[in-house]
Design a protein around this ligand. Sequence first.
Ligand code: NAD
Length: 358
Amino acid sequence: MKNGPKNVLVIGSSTGYGLASRISAAFGAGANTFGVYFERPSANGKPASAGWYNTAAFEAEAKKAGLYAASANGDAFSAEMKAQVIERLKKEMPQIDLVVYSLAAPRRTDPATGEVYKSVLKPVGAPYSSKNLDTDKKVVNEVTLEPATEDEIKATVKVMGGEDWKLWIEALDAAGLLAEGCQSVAYSYIGPSVTWPIYKDGSIGQAKKDLYAKAEEIDALLKIKRGRAFVSVNKAVVTQASSAIPVVPLYISVLFKVMKAKGLHEDCIEQIQRLFETQMYNDGCLNFDDQGLVRIDDWEMREDVQKEVFEIWPKVSTENLLELTDFVGYQQGFLKLFGFGLPGVDYAAETELEVPIG
Ligand code: NAD
């Protein structure tokens, strides 16, 4: 891509859309990247968590390509982590021109009060019943979810809203680390009406509303540097975060079937590459919807795609799951998150569990 990002900080860089942002910036634009993530290192003969190895592999490939790549493992919500990253950035990288905020976390300790908040994935206001897929048992069933309490909604906003994104930008700005024209992007999801009670209108949706409001505040801050901040609404993909949301794995299985048949299938990297190439680094021409959001879920939300998804939706049952949906593709995607099912890998071979990250 021409005139892409040059010095990039990705917060939530080890898996999913954050890792895809890092890969697209490095290998699509030749950017230096610094990644922040929270993964379990290998200990007592047990393997590290998948994102650890993703990061090690990314760094090795980036260095081979002559690109600076360094990472910090720890709680991005903490003041200590922000200070540690800022110290390293000051020494190791030129000013940052892109900050990607791609955290998906189950809990957050408020750095100001020490209080721990836990996010929930629940509807708001009323119980929600829907067709659902038990991905372990491969059974299509019905799920009923009780609504979140006021406290649970507040906690979800604390964890998955925009407060921490803003704290990062303010801290980076105060340290003089943001370049003229610096951009910052965070990610969201909207999806079709069948998932709204659990997503867009659910507890996570309230957190995303807070993210949109904070995007405006961060945008005002970055405008002083002729930069900008915004939220990109991305398509549904298989990640550890999305697999935890009720109803969504069934919707994704149907969606993949339809989008693959139409030649429209995209995974995280294709999405972010398209965001960078056609929007963010395309002579600055971001297309905003009427809510001020950038939409790269446009292919998912295409009328013909959604029409076919919802012709299939009422018909899906345990018996016809493999025929009517791409559950096989969903499962392959899920296994791939943990490094399984890749061609050319001998899974019986001895392997080194402890792999260092720079
Ligand atoms: P993911 O689970 O694949 O990645 C989450 C990342 O956050 C990982 O790198 C993890 O290490 C990091 N992380 C979690 N807690 C942390 C902490 N305390 N400190 C530091 N790092 C921490 O998730 P994802 O699906 O890629 O989600 C990223 C963003 O994209 C979220 O805002 C999500 O809502 C959005 N999104 C996801 C989808 C989807 O279908 N998966 C669709 C649209 C938007």
